[in-house]
Design a protein around this ligand. Structure first.
Ligand code: GAL
Length: 416
């Protein structure tokens, strides 16, 4: 038995060697919208250029909830992909199961420690070893607006406070257009919610409530005000919002059917794919009250332990490519995000990306740089899921009182 295994291993090594170590790399992600697909297509191109075979494992569903369910079943069945889009504290959870590969050799050769902000590098490591490679920095607290719609409905300038926002929304509504393009899916409700909490309460409040999950903060008067504001935003969405995909909501803004969307800058990937120009066709502005803060969402690929030597080589090449300058530029130009690799040339990026890049650096110093709870950056997945459900229950049920909404969100936040 032992001999057979040894023989098989030797044969596999010879076979792998003769194929110049070209391997297959299976990559799980949920990037299926126009801008997303273009972005991931660049990674495929780079990997194929290195002679590897790209096996696309796309699981549709914005925010990745479906993808995570499918991933769990594949790993439990002992058949993980080479890489999967796993983010934030979720990386630690997967690593603690002992299923992730150690990427230190690649990280050392490519000098990841000196090329990444420390806050990001720490998330990519488990017990000091790299187990994931980051691709970008998305900013979540954006508000997208169609410039022509604002003009024709008489909205002068982008609203900077929630009061200004509701005044603008009223004008758009009166003109017969949809003020807020929204997709009623839990993760989209949650995305809007975190921007409202940040705008109403400020950076410290957000951090205490949605990162530290402090019960006192979660049940405070500011939380009540946040929920009141959140409900008011809903009044400006259309009746067809439930179930709508986020990119279709973005399309409503692109097509001048709606004025605003609260969404991270993957929405910019849709504007870009549609040939729209920021500052001319559309406006990117921080969600009301959030200009001096930045909720970050770092996409990353965790790598799974693989047995086959050629597959391991392809996996290491994938990790190196992800952090390489070519990928960091072309991917992020399409995706709407900014490079996570430090000291990248931003010349080819648009004004929204330049603003994001500037605010990322500034908020890191001011304390306004905050992890997005809606996108897996802030708390463990169990707590995130519970709060997300509670937020959507409140959003979907206009009969639930604000006081009950506050209570149920605070209760969900206690999930361990
Ligand atoms: C986020 C992800 C982004 C974007 C979005 C919508 O969670 O970080 O890259 O794709 O979902 O699918």
């Amino acid at each position: 038995m032992l001999k057979l295994t040894k023989l098989a291993t030797a044969a596999a090594l010879v076979a792998a060697g003769s194929a110049a170590m070209a391997g297959e790399v299976e990559v799980l992600h949920w990037w299926t919208s126009g801008g997303e697909a273009k972005s991931v297509g660049e990674l495929k191109r780079i990997m194929q250029g290195k002679g590897h075979t790209w096996k696309d494992f796309a699981v549709a569903g914005g925010g990745g909830d479906n993808a995570m369910t499918v991933l769990k079943s594949r790993v439990v069945a002992g058949n993980p992909p080479a890489a999967a889009q796993i983010k934030g504290p979720g990386i630690q959870e997967w690593a603690s199961e002992g299923v992730l590969a150690n990427l230190d050799a690649t990280a050392k050769t490519e000098k990841w420690d000196s090329l990444l902000p420390k806050v990001v590098a720490d998330v990519m490591k488990y017990k000091g070893n790299f187990v994931a490679a980051p691709v970008n920095v998305h900013r979540v607290n954006w508000m997208w607006a169609n410039a022509a719609v604002l003009k024709k409905t008489g909205v002068a300038g982008t609203p900077k406070t929630w009061d200004e926002f509701f005044a603008a929304a009223e004008k758009v509504k009166k003109a017969g257009l949809i003020p807020v393009a929204h997709g009623g899916q839990n993760w989209q409700d949650f995305t809007t919610f975190e921007s409202v909490v940040l705008g109403v309460g400020g950076a410290k409040f957000y951090s205490d409530a949605l990162v530290k999950l402090d019960q006192k903060t979660l049940t405070s008067a500011t939380m009540t005000k946040s929920l009141e504001t959140f409900r008011k935003v809903k009044a400006y969405t259309d009746a067809a919002a439930p179930g709508r995909d986020w990119n279709l909501a973005t399309a409503m803004v692109i097509q001048e059917k709606a004025a605003f969307q609260f969404m991270g800058d993957w929405a910019k990937g849709e504007f870009t794919a549609a040939g729209k120009v920021p500052g001319k066709d559309y406006i990117c502005a921080a969600a009301p009250g959030t200009a001096s803060a930045f909720t970050f969402n770092v996409d990353s690929f965790a790598m799974f332990k693989l047995k086959d030597a050629a597959a391991q080589k392809a996996q290491a090449d994938l990790a190196a490519a992800i952090m390489g300058t070519e990928f960091q530029e072309v991917f992020n130009l399409n995706k709407g995000s900014i490079p996570v690799r430090l000291n990248m040339d931003m010349a080819k990026f648009d004004d929204c990306a330049k603003l994001s890049s500037k605010d990322f650096v500034e908020t890191a110093k001011s304390g306004g740089l905050l992890p997005s709870i809606a996108h897996g950056m802030a708390v463990i997945p169990a707590a995130e899921g519970a709060i997300k459900d509670a937020v959507s229950q409140f959003w979907n049920n206009d009969k639930m009182s604000v006081a009950d909404g506050v209570k149920s969100i605070a209760k969900a936040a206690a999930t361990k």
